[in-house]
Structure formats: C-alpha cells, structure tokens
Design a protein around this ligand. Structure first.
Ligand code: KIV
Ligand code: ZN
Length: 388
C-alpha cells in the first residue's frame, strides 16, 4: 500500500537561521505563498519569541496563508509558548513546535539539567502547550546522540502529555541511513502511544546524508519529513524538500510513498527563496540547480536530442521548467550546433556545418558558453565572409 508522507517545511525557520539567509517580513511572506502553491502540509513560519520581526512574520503568515498548518517554534518555556500562541491566534490551522535538548551533551553543557529535570520540563511544557494548541509537536533536540532508553522515555512522556507529533532530529547531521532506520524502528515499537502519534525525521546535512537519512527514517516508521527549499538551514543545511519529493516521485517503485506536494511548483518556490535571500543554489544542486536539466557535452546532447531519457531521469516539466537546456560550449557536438542553428533559422549540413562547427569551437574556447545571440552573430559573419 502506498503511504502518505507529511511534508513539514522549515525554510522560514531552520532555513532562515543559517548565515546569509535572513529574510524581511515581505520576503518571508512571498516564500510562504510559494510554499502554499507547492501544497506542503505544514509551514514552520518562524520562531515567534526570537524577535519582534519574526513575531510579526509568523502572525502575518498565520493570517494570510490558507491551506497548510502554520507553525511556530518555541523553547520549552511559558514565555515562548505564550508568544507563539499570540502570534498564531488568528491562524485557522496552527501548530506549536516545542523542543528541548535530550542528549548528554545538551543536558550537561547547554541546559545544565539532570535527566529527571529534562523529563519533568517536557511533561509540564507539553501540557501547557496543549492548553493553547490542539496540534503540538515535540522535538528531542540532538535525538541521534541521546541514549536510546532516555530518548524512549522523553518521547513517551511527550506523547502522554499530549504531543501529536514526535520529532527526532539529527541536529548535527551525524547519523547514517542504516542507523536512523534502526532507531525509528525501535522508537515506533517502544514509545508509548506510538500508534496514536506521528513520528517525524528532521535531518541536517553535515555529512551530505540528510535526504538519504530522511528516507531511511521513513522506512523505519517516520511519517513526516522536515525539510527546506534548496536545502538551506543551519551549517550545511537541512534535507532538501525538492530532493526528497522528487526521489519519492521518481523512485515510487522503491519507496512506495506519496506526498501532497505539487512538484510543478518546485522551481517557483526555489526562485522565490533565491529572490528573498539574494542567494542562488549552486549550479549543480540536484533538481533546482542551473545544471540540473542542462547538457553541454556532445555525447550527452546527441543522446538527449534523440531521446531525453538517455540522460534524464525526470521530466523538466515535472519540476516547473518549460524544457531541458542544450547548452553550447567547447564540449558540444555537431548535432547540438545544427539543432540550435535550425531553431535560429539556419539550415546547416555538409561543409557549411563543418565550417560553422570549426569556428564555433574556436569561439567556445575563447568565451566558454555560447548563447543564441553569439551563435547568430558567428553564423552571419561566416555567411557574409563566404559571400564576400
Ligand atoms: O535541528 C534541530 O534539532 C532543530 C530543532 C529545533 C528541531 O532544528
Ligand atoms: Zn534543525
């Protein structure tokens, strides 16, 4: 049976926390609109207690965005919970996300709390959160480096106190796919009320395994993935939404999963984020990078021009691009040159094609990529030379 996965987007919270990705209130709102069009299930709009600006952004997103649940992060303190409740008072569909570190490192060096104090705080604050919110998510920060027995206790207490989603963050991107699969299997068997709650994976990308770990967590029993557009987030980022969604879609044969995301809105969301943060994803970023559906080398171009499946596993249209891109550069071949020339109104073959190809290679060596305007100018120059 195909299983439905909840997509919890944290671009506007964990994503925005990373250096270089701060957004204005208007920028956050425009990204929230793109996330609404993408049809994610939950938008984590920010951290209401963090600053007056973030409070306002969470409030406006709660008032203006319909469809997805709108969520605010909060520490396990009455002040944070109250700020989130005030910011989201008008949101028709809202969630509170509260977190507390559970690993020995976090307990000792960050919180200065004993294990019992951590458990009591979780119980008290989830109960308090439930007096304001129906939908409460609890995160055991640094869960991956928490002793298994203690993690089961902490999550069980959160579930008994009324949390509906139990998030298991790999806060520092330390896990491997096998390890996180085993962990989720264990948690979904041992945590109290496991059948009544949703287990969630929140993976960071410090070792480049955030997407693989999220999908492995789902195999172990997670039913929610937390992710960000373009994979932005603390340090190396979070699980990239577009990667997870397109992996699920493209390899349905392996994962047998589905999401509510409209993948054709992926490029629009990526561009809205780039505009709001003034930062573009790297050219080679999976799905949304400028090279993700571009071909420069002659061998690949020849294949793709005959049948795009030779070098493409996804349709560009499925992520919101109008087509793939045949890029002309020094690695390109005659087929691609002739095809582009034809689009520009030139019919080249035989000796004319060879002459044009030789001149094109010299130009490409000089300037790198050759665009349509530069190719037209070159062909016109050659034509007038031949006539003169
Ligand atoms: O990475 C993390 O642990 C977090 C929590 C606040 C969920 O972002
Ligand atoms: Zn995080």
């Amino acid at each position: 049976m195909t299983r439905q996965i909840t997509i919890f987007d944290t671009t506007l919270r964990d994503g925005e926390q990373a250096p270089g990705f701060s957004m204005s209130e208007a920028g956050k709102l425009s990204v929230a609109r793109a996330l609404q069009a993408l049809n994610v299930d939950v938008i984590e709009a920010g951290f209401a207690a963090a600053s007056p600006g973030d409070f306002k952004a969470v409030e406006r997103i709660g008032q203006e965005i319909e469809g997805p649940a709108i969520c605010s992060l909060a520490r396990t303190t009455p002040g944070d919970i109250d700020a989130a409740a005030r910011a989201l008072k008008d949101a028709p569909h809202k969630r509170l996300h509260i977190f507390l570190g559970t690993s020995p490192l976090h307990r000792e060096f960050k919180l200065n709390m004993t294990p019992d104090e951590v458990l009591t705080r979780i119980k008290d604050m989830v109960e308090l959160a439930r007096t304001h919110f129906d939908d409460v998510e609890f995160s055991a920060e640094d869960a991956i480096r928490t002793e298994r027995g203690f993690l089961v206790e902490a999550l069980s207490i959160a579930a008994e106190a009324g949390a509906k989603t139990l998030n298991v963050p790999d806060t520092v991107g330390y896990s491997t796919p096998d390890e996180i699969y085993q962990l989720f299997k264990h948690l979904t068997e041992k945590v109290s009320k496991a059948n009544e709650v949703t287990f969630s994976a929140h993976c960071h990308d410090d070792l480049g395994m955030a997407v693989a770990n999220s999908l492995a967590a789902v195999r172990g029993g997670a039913r929610q993935i937390e992710c960000t557009v373009n994979g932005i987030g603390e340090r190396a980022g979070n699980c990239a939404l577009e990667d997870a969604v397109m992996a699920i879609r493209t390899r349905r044969d392996v994962f047998n999963l589905t999401t509510n995301v409209d993948s054709r809105q992926i490029m629009a969301a990526s561009r809205a984020l780039s505009k709001a943060t003034n930062t573009h994803p790297p050219r080679n970023k999976a799905i949304v990078g400028a090279n993700a559906f571009a071909h420069e080398s002659g061998i690949h171009q020849h294949g793709v021009l005959k049948n795009r499946e030779t070098y493409e596993i996804m349709k560009p249209e499925d992520v919101g691009l109008s087509s793939n891109q045949i890029v002309l550069g020094k690695h390109s071949g005659k087929h691609a040159l002739a095809a582009r020339a034809k689009e520009l109104g030139w019919s080249l073959d035989g000796e004319r094609l060879q002459t044009a190809f030789d001149a094109f290679k010299v130009l490409a060596d000089e300037i790198g990529l050759v665009d349509s305007g530069q190719l037209s100018a070159l062909l016109e120059r050659l034509e007038s030379g031949a006539q003169g």
